[in-house]
Write a protein that binds this ligand. Structure first.
Ligand SMILES: Nc1ncnc2c1ncn2[C@@H]1O[C@H](COP(=O)(O)OP(=O)(O)OP(=O)(O)O)[C@@H](O)[C@H]1O
Ligand SMILES: [Mg+2]
Length: 446
């Protein structure tokens, strides 16, 4: 039976076992894996994911070696609701798939599929990040397009993770974070591109003593087939103790984006997806692309979030508005960007846990005030944002029934402003800053 016949023959209330037995093999086969390339009940951290798959090589057959899985598929019964993002069935299933993908034995796995044979969703694993790359799609009627879409994505070479750094509160460290995370990833030999998408300030280029462009990005964004490639510049950091310079690439801000056109005209001329498409053109050349965004929720911030796979949100423990705005970004702005992406048949972006920038090391009255404020923000979000639970975004180590208020943080460091004056990333110039950012990068990405 081919996949469509299988789908038609399955009863509407088919149990997990029935779906697994009848649907999994034909579906994975349609994605290009033959019988010898699929292992059912693949053991992962004392449990088992329903299917693991990987193309065989001349030396190594996956069915016999069980080595280096490439893709996991978790199967559910047809009565489980995977089409409603807020449904407990869906949330549980995603957590389970993420757990498998993040397990130490899953190092080589790059893709995760969640399906109940009514719906299917594809997730990507990039370093420590798992993010959806397609919305939850219906498997009905002619599913050739859907299969083609998933197949195309999983066969592509590894592409950069696109990270927007965003909080609509000003001065929380968006630019500093973009620069130092990029520098740290570059030290780890990752290929990194950073984008200054805050043309009103152009702080990112300024931090490296590089002058803004004029008109170039506007041309890229307005073009029919946009590619950022022609406006990329290399940045190199040289030091006598370094065998070779440390480097990453940068796209500088474009002054004309703010001086030539008002926001209404800009919105007419630059399509919503223009930044995303222009980055996709170079996405296979990098491991990470970071976008520095402005402190508001207007055109550039909206496009930056729309373009991203994930959003990194800095806040300050001693600034109430930065905490509130971090909550608003996660409960309102990111879902707005998700809705726009869904209109284009895509998924994303998702929020990473918030981190406290400029944080004090010691505990004290200010820390207590911060926790009290966060508790209020979490409660309000539950009430006003459809039951949205912000807890894991503020307290990523917290588990149900086990409260843990440890937060991800970068301390206050005088080195950071010193590096500002020197026009170099602090992580390149000062060891203590390097160590802090290395911790941050390991927490989130590698
Ligand atoms: N961890 C830190 N320790 C000390 N100073 C810091 C730290 N993080 C940021 N700063 C300083 O705080 C100031 C604001 O940082 P930054 O420009 O990165 O914020 P921003 O969110 O990009 O601001 P804007 O909203 O205006 O774009 C800068 O002078 C920067 O050097
Ligand atoms: Mg900034």
């Amino acid at each position: 039976m081919n996949l469509e016949e299988v789908l038609q023959s399955l009863p509407a209330d088919a149990s997990e076992a029935i779906v697994e037995h009848n649907f999994s093999q034909p579906f994975l086969k349609a994605l290009g894996f033959d019988f010898q390339e699929i292992v059912p009940q693949f053991p992962v951290s004392r449990r088992a994911v329903d299917h693991a798959a990987r193309k065989n090589t001349d030396e190594d057959a996956f069915l016999t070696s069980h080595k280096n899985p490439f893709l996991y598929m978790e199967v559910k019964g047809r009565t489980e609701n995977l089409s409603d993002k807020n449904h407990p069935d869906y949330r549980r299933a995603v957590l389970q798939l993420k757990h498998y993908l993040m397990s130490p034995e899953s190092k080589t796995v790059r893709w995760g599929i969640l399906t109940n044979s009514h719906h299917v969703q594809l997730f990507r694993k990039h370093g420590k990040v798992v993010h959806p790359v397609t919305p939850c799609m219906a498997l009905s009627g002619d599913c050739r397009r859907l299969i083609k879409d998933i197949k195309r994505r999983i066969e592509e070479p590894n592409r950069a993770l696109i990270i927007a750094v965003y909080n609509n509160k000003g001065g929380v460290g968006k630019t500093t974070t973009t620069l130092n995370v990029a520098a740290t990833l570059a030290m780890l030999k990752k290929r990194v591109l950073i984008i200054d998408f805050d043309p009103n300030q152009s702080d990112l280029g300024d931090a490296l003593n590089l002058k803004p462009l004029q008109g170039k990005i506007l041309d890229v964004l307005k073009s029919k087939d946009p590619s950022i490639r022609d406006v990329i510049k290399p940045y190199k950091f040289e030091h006598p103790r370094l065998k070779e310079p440390l480097s990453f690439d940068i796209v500088l801000a474009d002054e004309d984006l703010v001086s030539e056109l008002d926001e209404t005209r800009l919105k007419q001329q630059v399509k919503f997806h223009a930044l995303r498409r222009s980055l996709e053109a170079v996405q296979a050349d990098y491991d990470y692309i970071l976008i520095d965004s402005p402190p508001n929720w207007r055109i550039f911030a909206q496009k930056a979030l729309y373009a991203a796979d994930v959003v990194l949100v800095p806040a300050r423990h001693d600034n109430l508005h930065s905490l509130q705005n971090a909550g608003t970004a996660i409960t309102q702005f990111i879902p707005e960007a998700q809705a726009k992406r869904q209109e284009a048949g895509e998924a994303g972006p998702i929020a990473l846990p918030i981190f406290m920038n400029n944080a004090f090391r010691e505990t004290g009255p200010q820390i207590q005030l911060m926790h009290q404020a966060i508790t209020r923000i979490i409660k309000e979000a539950r009430r006003n944002a459809n039951g949205f639970d912000l807890t894991p975004y503020f307290y990523p180590k917290s588990r149900k029934g086990h409260e843990n208020r440890k937060m991800i943080a970068i301390p206050y460091m005088a080195y950071i402003s010193r590096a500002d004056f020197m026009h170099v990333p602090a992580a390149f110039a000062f060891k203590p800053a390097r160590e802090q950012y290395l911790n941050l990068v390991k927490e989130y990405f590698v």
